[in-house]
Structures are given as C-alpha cells and as structure tokens.
Design a protein around this ligand. Structure first.
Ligand code: UD1
Length: 416
C-alpha cells in the first residue's frame, strides 16, 4: 500500500495552481447524462473520484475520454439503468446519477450508498425531492429502484440545505413538465456551477446560490463546453498549509469570494495574506492566535476545511474550540493528531484544542479525504518524519497534492 513520508519544519515558497473543484465536476459529470450530445469539460481535476464517476457513466453506456485537463463525454445511448454495488460503494457521489437518469430514461437502479467514515449520511432528502417530482422509490435487495414515467415540477422544501439533494433535484427537475421551486436550497458555489452548466445546455434555472432555486422544465438539453470552477477546498488547504509552515506562497486560480469564511477566520488568527489579481498570496509566520470555528452550510465555515484548520490550530497561542455542525462524526483526525502530540479533547460536537509549541512525527492513518489533508498539514509542522497511511483517501479528492507541495519545497514523498 502506498504511503506518504513527510519531514516537517520546511517553510513553503513559490506558486501553486489550484485544480478544478471535485465537488463541482462530480455532479456536472452526472448531469452530462441529460443529453445525447457531446460535452467538453475543462479544468477537470485528475482524481480517483472523477475516475469512479467516469466508470459509472461508462457502465450506463456513455464514454469519457481524458486529454490533459479536458474531459470529452458522450452519452449517446443509455444502455443500462443499473450501477453495480462495487462502484457505488467506492464513492457516495455516484448517487448524483439518480436525478439525471430519471430525467433521461424514467428509471434508475443503484445500490443503496450506506454510511461512511464521517457519519451515517442518509439520502432521505434526495429521495423525498424526487418523490415530490413524481418518482416512486422501492428498496429491492439493497438496491434503490427509482422510477418516474413522467416527472412533474413541484414545490420542494428541504428540511436541511443538503448540497447533494439540491443538486439531484435540480438535475431531475430541469427536464420535468412545469416549474419546480426548491426552498431552503443549499447555496454552495458548486451548485451555481452546476446550474450554469445546465443553463449552458439549454436549461432554465434561476436563483442558484440563493436559498430558493427556480427551475422551469425544458423539453431537451444539448451539448456544451464548460470550465469547472476552482476548488475552494483545495485552495483553502494550501492557504492553511502556507500559513502554518511559514514562507511566502501565491495560491493561484482561486475565487476569493468563495473563501470568505476561511479568510475571515485567518484574519482573526493574525495570518497575513493579500488578494492579488492572480490569486491569494500568504505570508506565513507559523504561529497564530487561537480562534474558535463553527462549521456551517455555505456561506458559513466549510466543514471540508474543518480538519486542516484544526490541524493548524494545534500550534496556536491559546485554546480554540472547533465545533462541527454539518456531519455527526467528523473528528476522526483528532486521535491521529494526538499521536503527534496535539492536545485536543472532544466534548460532544466540539474539539477543544489547546495550542502546544511543537508537534512530533508519528505514523498516522488517514480515515477520510479531509482528515488526510489535516495529517499532511500536521506532518509539515511537526519535528521529524511522519508516515501517513491509507493515502488513497487523499487521492480521491486532491489532484497531485504531494507533487504540488514538493513544488513549494516541502519534503514529502510517496513510497510503496
Ligand atoms: C457535499 C460535499 C461534501 C461536503 C458536504 C457539506 C460533494 C460531492 N460532497 O456532500 O464534500 O462535506 O456537501 O458541505 O459535493 N443529510 C441527510 N439526508 C440527506 C442528505 C444529507 O440527513 O438526504 C445530512 C448529512 O448526513 C449531513 C448533512 O445533511 O449531516 C449535509 O449533507 P449534504 O449537504 O447532503 O452533503 P453531501 O452532498 O453528501
């Protein structure tokens, strides 16, 4: 099994380019199922999750070809309505195919995705939304069999602004008969990117990025070319790493508006950064004030940056309280950070982080994608050489993270 060896103590220097957003390209790839025309996607990040979504599309009859950062996708004919357990179990986001498959063929069978390391992660809001549009959901030997000979526009109130449910409903509703209103919709930038993509295909979606999304069903969608937005979580991870390690790093290909909640906290902590035309320049000095963080849905502090931010706070001056409100079990990185000397106590949904002077190297295990990023950050600021295992989690969602860090002067190597 591959692992990462990271020697801490080096300042980071130079420029790093952020890749396209994982959480934008996954639903957009699923939305490509809405048309038989050709789709071209630029700034497609090279990630394991993108490979899995491409395999899902191919198993339904489509073709996905990569040429550098460009993906060519064609779903001329849908040959199957079923995605096997093996693919769904590799990646939860495979459930994004439910909405577009219903819109295109009227039926889809997927293995129930189940839970994952960060919580039980039900899909009741996805299913409730699809049912409101006229779909029937049956459980059949572990498979969800969802069918709708005709989807009809509806008014749907989400009990929680779920990102995935908002996206699945948007994709199902864009070709439904009549108008759909999603109330209490999620407002993440990736939802806006998906809506823009569908509109470029001929869809009629308004209000994405607010909590009410208005979708007027159209008869047909056509092919298009689209550039994926930059990954705000990857950008945030590099900004945190640059701040924590010290040195000067320009993080390029970012949309600063997408990073507001992180930048506000970094200001409070005393991190010095500048917004420039090309990106965000961080002048790291290594040690900062402890700040409290509470994860929230967008535009609040993103849960996906909680783990790397917490790793940076392990060396802050004072005590920080980090509260996770989006997922029920997203502190798997804490025990690993403690093995590196961090002083952290979990109380309910909060982690109380008492800053220490020095972390030390250890062998640690990445339990999920963002926990993996947190462990890399911790290893970069620890004394000695750490070994990070189960790095396939990191490769699911960060495009060449170790290579990009080496480009900034970090001592990080992948070994088998
Ligand atoms: C997406 C992101 C993920 C991010 C999360 C929150 C993708 C591919 N993934 O995940 O990186 O961490 O948003 O910003 O875009 N919930 C239910 N029922 C449902 C759906 C969700 O109870 O039907 C709960 C979840 O268990 C969780 C919360 O709602 O506690 C938020 O989940 P959701 O916004 O749906 O996240 P995802 O779309 O899975």
């Amino acid at each position: 099994m591959a692992k990462l060896l990271v020697t801490g103590g080096k300042e980071l220097e130079g420029t790093v380019n952020v890749s396209g957003a994982k959480n934008a390209i996954l639903p957009i790839l699923a939305a490509s199922l809405l048309t038989s025309d050709k789709i071209v996607l630029d700034e497609a990040p090279d990630l394991l999750d993108v490979d899995v979504m491409s395999q899902v599309i191919e198993c339904l009859g489509g073709k996905v070809k990569r040429n550098g950062k460009r993906l060519h996708v064609v779903n001329k004919q849908i040959k199957s309505i079923e995605t096997p357990f093996d693919l769904i179990s590799k990646m939860r986001a495979s459930i994004f195919i439910m909405g577009p498959m219903l819109a295109r063929t009227g039926r889809v069978r997927i293995s129930h995705p189940g839970g994952c390391a960060i919580g039980s992660r039900p899909i009741n809001f996805h299913l409730k939304g699809l049912e409101c549009l006229g779909a029937q959901v049956r459980m059949d030997h572990g498979f969800l069999d969802v069918s709708a000979p005709k989807l009809k526009g509806a008014r749907i109130y989400l009990d929680f602004p779920s990102v995935g449910a908002t996206e699945n409903i948007m994709m199902a509703a864009c070709c439904a008969e009549g108008t759909t209103l999603i109330e209490n919709a999620a407002q993440e930038p990736e939802i806006v990117d998906l809506a823009n993509f569908i509109n470029e295909m001929g869809g009629k979606i308004k209000g994405a990025g607010t909590n009410i999304i208005h979708i007027e069903g159209v008869k047909e969608l056509h092919g298009t070319s689209h550039t994926i937005i930059p990954d705000r979580i990857e950008a945030g991870t590099f900004i945190l790493m640059a701040a924590a390690c010290g040195g000067e790093v320009l993080v390029r290909n970012v949309i600063p508006a997408h990073l507001k909640p992180l930048l506000a906290k970094l200001n409070e902590a005393g991190v010095i950064y500048k917004e420039e035309d090309e990106g965000i320049r961080v002048m790291g000095k290594g040690c900062y004030n402890a700040v409290d963080i509470k994860t929230q849905v967008h535009p609040g502090f993103p849960t996906d940056l909680q783990a790397p931010a917490l790793a940076m706070l392990t060396k802050a001056n004072g005590t920080a309280v980090v509260t996770e409100t989006v997922f029920e079990n997203r502190f798997m990185h804490v025990d690993e950070l403690k093995r590196m000397g961090a002083n952290i106590k979990i109380e309910g949904r909060s982690a109380i982080v008492q800053g220490i002077d020095n972390m030390y190297a250890a062998t640690v295990v990445a339990s999920d994608l963002r926990a993996g990023a947190a462990l890399i950050l911790a290893a970069l600021i620890a004394n000695g050489t750490s070994e990070i295992r189960e790095i396939h989690h990191i490769e699911r969602g960060y495009d060449n993270l170790d290579g990009k860090l080496r480009g900034l002067g970090a001592e990080i190597n992948k070994v088998d």
